[in-house]
Design a protein around this ligand. Structure first.
Ligand code: CP
Length: 304
């Protein structure tokens, strides 16, 4: 079903396709630790990261290696011929001749879709500016399925909903599962109107608030994000909203015992370290789940 397909946006996926990816990830999770497998032996994955990354870059690399494949890495743009003025289109054409698939992260929205137009091999979007981050969403859904429940879910997406690409992708996917979504952000960092309109057209119940206390006791999952400092044109505006949400143990009084707190990470000061030891915190397991989920994607796209 996913064979040789690009992974650019959650808008391109049906619920049935997502369910199959999550089921494949579940079956591969034992291989994500320990000895791994050789089902992608002989395959090569190219990693092209034009923005910083720890989890996405390293979990893709781990996933490919756990499946017996190899990775090649563009390294920093300054160390590549992009520094000599080579275009993204030409770079993609060339790297597509070396690898069986390309993972790309780029600061410009739409860059992964552009890359897919020129690539002879599948392109996986690892984050395009403030646009989308579909593979993060797949691991987020896997986390919700394992640590909470996807059906009848009530979830709060909290923080920078304007520039945060993880919440853009996640909101589209959650609407396929009939979730009730609370959008919690400062007024200047609201979810883009176009996405809210799309969610409403898909029949999703969406409520916007700016005070997390209004909803924290209602929800099954609280998904909090970093304020994306690097996307702000004006540092003064960033400083105005930088510490809008910061969850401490005290904020968790009266929440559902089964509340799960997620964060795509990295965190700055959105969650106090004192929350880490509570049963609510699942964000470090969430980052591990990136390995089996990306293994599932690579297997489904690349296996002969
Ligand atoms: N969640 C996420 O995309 O993390 P990185 O920026 O470290 O890849």
């Amino acid at each position: 079903m996913l064979k040789r397909r690009h992974v650019l946006s959650m808008k391109d996926f049906s619920r049935e396709e997502i369910d199959e990816i999550l089921e494949t990830a579940e079956s591969l999770e034992p291989y994500a630790r320990g000895k791994g497998s050789d089902i992608l032996e002989g395959k090569i994955l190219a990693l092209m990261f034009f923005e910083p990354s720890t989890r996405t870059r390293m979990s893709f690399e781990t996933a490919m290696k756990r499946l017996g494949g190899k990775t090649i890495n563009l390294g920093s743009a300054e160390a590549s011929s992009i520094a000599k003025g080579e275009s993204l289109a030409d770079t993609i054409r060339v790297v597509g001749g070396y690898a069986d698939a390309i993972v790309i992260r780029h600061p410009k929205e739409g860059s992964a879709r552009l890359a897919a137009e020129f690539s002879p091999v599948p392109v996986l979007n690892a984050g395009d500016g403030a646009g989308h981050h579909p593979t993060q969403t797949l691991l987020d859904l896997y986390t919700i399925k394992k640590e909470s429940h996807l059906d009848d879910l009530s979830i709060a997406l909290v923080g920078d909903l304007k520039y945060g690409r993880t919440v853009h992708s996640l909101a589209y996917a959650l609407s396929l599962y009939g979730a009730d979504i609370y959008l919690v952000s400062p007024p200047t960092l609201r979810m883009p109107e176009q996405i809210i309109g799309d969610l409403s057209r898909m029949g999703t119940r969406v409520r916007e608030v700016s005070d997390l206390r209004e909803v924290i006791k209602e929800v099954d999952v609280l998904y909090i994000t970093r304020i994306q400092r690097e996307r702000f044109p004006d540092p003064v505006e960033y400083n105005r909203v930088a510490r809008s949400y910061s969850i401490t143990i005290r904020d968790l009084e009266g929440v559902k015992p089964e509340l799960r707190i997620m964060h795509p990470l990295p965190r700055v000061d959105e969650i106090s370290p004192s929350v880490d030891e509570t049963e609510h915190a699942v964000y470090f397991r969430q980052s591990f789940y990136g390995v089996p989920v990306r293994m599932a994607l690579l297997k489904m796209i690349l296996e002969d």
